[in-house]
Design a protein around this ligand. Structure first.
Ligand SMILES: [Zn+2]
Ligand SMILES: [Zn+2]
Length: 337
């Protein structure tokens, strides 16, 4: 099969040929239909902190069709249309048994979506509704990240929300916050180029970065935000979130910053700000995202700005590391070219 292979930190992806996978145990082979390029894949290729070995195939936002199953697979059959929770886990501990593989002590994050076929354990597979396209199925993973973030925020209907960042996770967070009852959702980012997209996804306001002061945000939201979602992952932004949030409000940290950061304990403590990190998702989040897309709420499709072949993937991947007009780029590993 063809795949884009990771050759190590600091090196571009390389298109090559790998043996077709064969399923053992309760593993299944997924014929990948679409895989999203994620910001964390870009990080993995630049930062040794992730520890991904050379020779791996990245790509964890994928959907496809099951074309072979191992002898112990019971739940997933050949022909099933699935998206895949990209987490291998023990499948036996209390966390795994309730769909929380993300918090299994033996978990590891696995990719494989940048290849024509990949292996997954059947417990990782979320069956997709028959009426949902596999292209939409590839949006389930990033939507689930944001849904989990909104869930752990404790947001209630009527909330005022500020989202920092207008990448796919920031946009998806605005989508869920509005859909789950926030009355006002302001998005801000380092430029204005995603303003329209943010409104399309559900933001009520887009704050120009040149004027993103607490006074400006509070005027737009008609009060200080109850919850600030930090969806960028750069140093200084947790502090900025603390400055914006109302006293006793919540800052949800979805951005994955790998550099040391500073935070004013004085401001955080005196405002009694709750800082809530959010990473990954529950298996149930995958089902909810698939069902919401299937129900006809198609706004998240607007995040997809391009679909590329495996041949074009290494270039598209590098281009996403600098400021670009692209938002979510999908890979179709069967597309010629
Ligand atoms: Zn991702
Ligand atoms: Zn486990």
């Amino acid at each position: 099969m063809r795949a884009a292979i990771f050759d190590g930190v600091g090196k571009p992806l390389r298109c090559g040929t790998l043996p077709d996978p064969t399923p053992e145990g309760a593993d299944v082979v997924v014929k990948v239909n679409r895989c999203g390029i994620c910001g964390s894949d870009l990080h993995i290729s630049e930062d040794p902190i992730f520890g991904v070995p050379a020779g791996a195939v990245l790509g964890h936002e994928y959907s496809g069709e099951v074309v072979a199953v191992g002898p112990e697979a019971r739940r997933v059959r050949v022909g099933a249309r699935v998206c895949v929770l990209p987490i291998r886990s023990c499948c036996q501990c209390p966390s795994c048994l309730i769909g929380e593989a993300a918090w299994c002590t033996g978990m590891s994050i696995v990719g494989g979506g940048y290849g024509q076929y990949t292996l997954a354990h059947e417990s990782q597979c979320q069956l997709l509704p028959q009426t949902l396209s596999l292209a939409d199925g590839a949006l389930v993973e990033p939507l689930a990240v944001a849904l989990h973030g909104v869930n752990v925020s404790g947001m209630v209907a009527g909330a005022r929300v500020l989202v920092i960042g207008a990448g796919p996770i920031g946009l998806a967070t605005a989508f869920w916050a509005r859909r789950l009852g926030a009355t006002t959702v302001a998005v801000t980012a380092s430029s204005n180029r995603r303003a329209e997209l943010a409104r399309h996804l559900g933001a009520t306001h887009f704050i120009d970065p040149a004027h993103c002061t607490p006074a400006e945000v509070n005027a737009a939201l008609r009060g200080a935000p109850d919850i600030v979602f930090e969806c960028v992952g750069k140093p200084g932004l947790i502090q900025k979130s603390v400055e914006h949030v109302r006293p006793r409000g919540t800052v949800v940290v979805l951005g994955l910053c790998t550099a040391p950061d500073t935070l004013s304990p004085f401001l955080t403590v005196t405002k009694e700000v709750r800082i809530q990190p959010a990473a990954l998702y529950h298996m149930r989040d995958f089902q909810i995202c698939a069902d919401v897309l299937d129900s006809g709420d198609v706004a998240p499709q607007a995040m997809v700005t391009d679909t590329v072949s495996l041949t074009d993937l290494p270039t598209a991947f590098e281009q996403l590391k600098s400021r670009t007009h692209q938002c979510k780029v999908l890979v179709d590993p069967w597309r010629a070219g």
